[in-house]
Design a binder for this molecule. Structure first.
Ligand SMILES: *Cc1c(COP(=O)(O)O)cnc(C)c1O
Length: 342
């Protein structure tokens, strides 16, 4: 029998929008059903060299094989498909210039929707072109990421466009979490997952799925030493402002939002450990990916490999590394792979 509790329902309704929102396995299963056929079910491949190094089976989850070269398509596609049709038909908008921007542009084109990507005049031409070539409208405003974000908010308020968040939204986290379902399916004896960590959508989503299905598996988040916003927030016990620094793991830059709703609490509750890497260690990861695995991987995508090479993550059983993206500047990649220091 269902007992209705009007006082609880009222309390729910009064919850301010900044209260944490949570996520469970069934949200991720729903996301998997929603995005099936619209994103790639990526391969999980063995790495003989890393397995030898660690003495345990090490597998690479190649999110580099998504059509935009990064996993962000999963979360963006799920978030867009979860919108009601009237809202999404007014158009999508975001301020990301990196893999999330590409993901929103790609999802819009696939679904016949219009996407506006706001960016500042300081964004390099190649990034602008990458987004434009996916069919999105690029709107250049101001000279900072904050100016671009302010334009997003204006377009949402004045024109009713649908904002698509890069990480701090339950539908985005659920989309990224579909990787966790695939990991457990392909690797039933999964003991450990090494996951690149920035805003925490990727790590939180995978952690929700894996901890529900394999409660004893360890979940390790990996960031760079330079400007690791989630690591700083977890250490402080609440989100903190961070100064962004240049790093080879540029897709891991940026803050987690001072009024973070979803990913901070999930990462706090579900991550077993956070590892930080130097630029030299990240460069070694990129180089190993190219030379020993035959994969072009960007800095953010190579941190799992880098952590194993540096001896900073000690897998105690079969381990999966999330190789999250491949979008790296060609000249930078060539310099690192040829052996020049970071
Ligand atoms: C965005 C991104 C990450 C980090 O994802 P979060 O959900 O922000 O933690 C890692 N790798 C790549 C390639 C990315 O684009």
């Amino acid at each position: 029998m269902t007992v209705t509790k009007p006082h609880l329902a009222a309390a729910e309704a009064e919850r301010p929008a900044t209260q944490p929102a949570s996520l469970v396995l069934s949200d991720i299963e729903a996301a998997a059903a929603r995005i099936a056929g619209r994103v790639v079910r990526t391969p999980l491949v063995a790495s003989p060299s890393l397995s030898r190094l660690c003495g345990h089976p090490i597998h690479l989850k190649l999110e580099t094989r998504q059509p935009i070269g990064a996993f962000k398509l999963r979360g963006a596609m799920n978030a867009v498909l979860a919108l009601d049709g009237d809202h999404s038909r007014r158009g999508l908008v975001t301020a990301s210039t990196g893999n999330h921007g590409r993901a929103v542009a790609y999802a819009a084109r696939e679904l016949g929707l219009h996407a506006t990507i706001c960016m500042s005049a300081l964004v390099p031409a190649n990034k602008v072109e990458a987004i434009r070539s996916l069919g999105a409208e690029v709107r250049i405003v101001g000279r900072s990421q904050d100016d671009a974000q302010a334009e997003v908010e204006r377009l949402v308020a004045e024109h009713g466009l649908a904002p698509i968040q890069p990480f701090d939204h339950p539908d985005v986290v659920a989309g990224q979490g579909t990787i966790g379902l695939e990991l457990v399916e392909d690797m039933p004896d999964l003991a450990c997952a090494l996951i690149p960590l920035s805003g925490g959508g990727l790590a939180a989503g995978i952690a929700v799925a894996v901890k529900a299905l394999r409660p004893s598996a360890r979940i390790v988040g990996i960031s760079m030493e330079r400007g690791a916003a989630m690591a700083a927030a977890l250490a402080a016990g609440h989100p903190v402002a961070m100064v962004e620094e240049e790093t080879l793991a540029d897709s891991l830059g940026g803050g987690i939002g001072l009024s973070n709703r979803v990913t901070f609490a999930l990462c706090r509750d579900l991550l077993d450990e956070v590892v930080l890497l130097s630029e030299t260690e990240i460069a070694a990861g990129i180089r190993h990916a190219a030379r020993d695995e035959g994969e072009i991987v960007e800095g953010a995508g190579a941190v799992g490999i880098a952590a194993l090479l540096a001896g900073k993550a000690n897998p105690l059983g079969p381990t999966a590394l999330i190789v999250s993206g491949r979008n790296i500047d060609e000249a930078v990649h060539r310099r690192i792979v040829s052996g020049a220091a970071a």
